[in-house]
Design a protein around this ligand. Sequence first.
Ligand code: AMP
Ligand code: GLY
Length: 422
Amino acid sequence: MNILILGSGGREHTFAYKMAQSQLCDNLFVAPGNAGTAQIATNVAVGVTDFEAIKALVIKENIEMVVVGPEDPLVQGVYDFFKSDEALKHVAVIGPSKEGATLEGSKERAKEFMMAHGIPTAAYQSFTPETLTEGQAFLETLQPPYVLKADGLAAGKGVLIIQNIEEAKIELANMLDGKFGDASTTVVIEEFLDGIELSVFVLTDGKDYKILPTAKDYKRIGEGDTGLNTGGMGAVSPVPFVDVAFMQKIEEQIVKPTINGLAKEEIEYKGFVFIGLIKVGDDPKVIEYNVRMGDPETEVVLPRIQSDLVTLFQAVSQGKLAEQSLQIDERSATTIMLVSGGYPEAYEKGKVITGIETIEDSIVFHAGTTHKNEAVVTNGGRVIAITSFNANFREAIKKSYQNIEKLHFDRMYYRTDIGFDL
Ligand code: AMP
Ligand code: GLY
């Protein structure tokens, strides 16, 4: 069958890499893609939220499966767009309905869902401009640090963690006054959870599910988890501190009630649930849902899946996931992200990347790259992820770092301490 992947990052290159290996995949398209996807698929210059252009592409190329990488098209309802169109409704769309996507699109909605289905999470209350005074009074009842979350999508910047009560009150007022535009006209104030973070990925057809490998990403730009938040600077899978007993708790207390909750609320959901967790003592608590795979978590989770990804997606689309089994590579996978100097603030694009063809024994996943003349050049903040395998995750990390020595672009930066806390 012909398949389309929406997106242009390392996540989408990894999807393309896995799906291109499938016997079921005839022609693979990526919109808009990057220089890495161009090597294994056909890139098409169509934006991920340009639904009419996506429709035209799907019809022209006789595409039967669409895999949605990022959250924006999902939150804007790309699944419903396909299912309500006579010419498109037969196409398998991997991603939740618009209603399902509110689990990521609205923090308040996600909290209400967790409360309704008994899923452990931080205590919270939400506030609007009309209830600013109550919100500030609520802050007084909490212990620092204070966690303020913009309700809507804010490009990963909508969560503030503040030590000082007066500052927290001012920030609450700023947020409700439009600091993050419409995304923060509702603000969720949450209890601070002290513990170590990890992510669990679930593939579901809305009734049944498969738990995919766990991963831990490194969000901060600086060594030792310092400095500004980024999309992610590296990742490790599996997460070494997750043992069988802890995984069982995650499945019983979080995964099952989440999938059952979706079914109970009759929400169409054929895609990924990415559950951000904090391990508080010995217990998992949910800090967020995302309705897509993570980036760079995908670069370590998907390469460990040995089962045919297109077969799994077909089963998801047909509501037959229960009939499938999942084979996982027992080895660890790790990835290190190379970024443009200046990222996550201002950075330059168009820097020539050299050395890619010399990499051995690691996988090069392109994130922000494009072609200029014959060269591969930088085209984003996060540029390339180098994924390596080994039975021992520290050896895998070492292999990625050895290969990075062979790569170069002007002002290339990466963290040298991925996995330091494990
Ligand atoms: P989110 O966008 O919800 O993932 O939040 C961004 C980051 O803020 C998370 O990755 C955590 O590091 C942190 N965070 C969010 N909620 C909490 C919480 N209740 N307690 C402690 N840290 C949190
Ligand atoms: N790496 C975090 C995310 O994709 O949201």
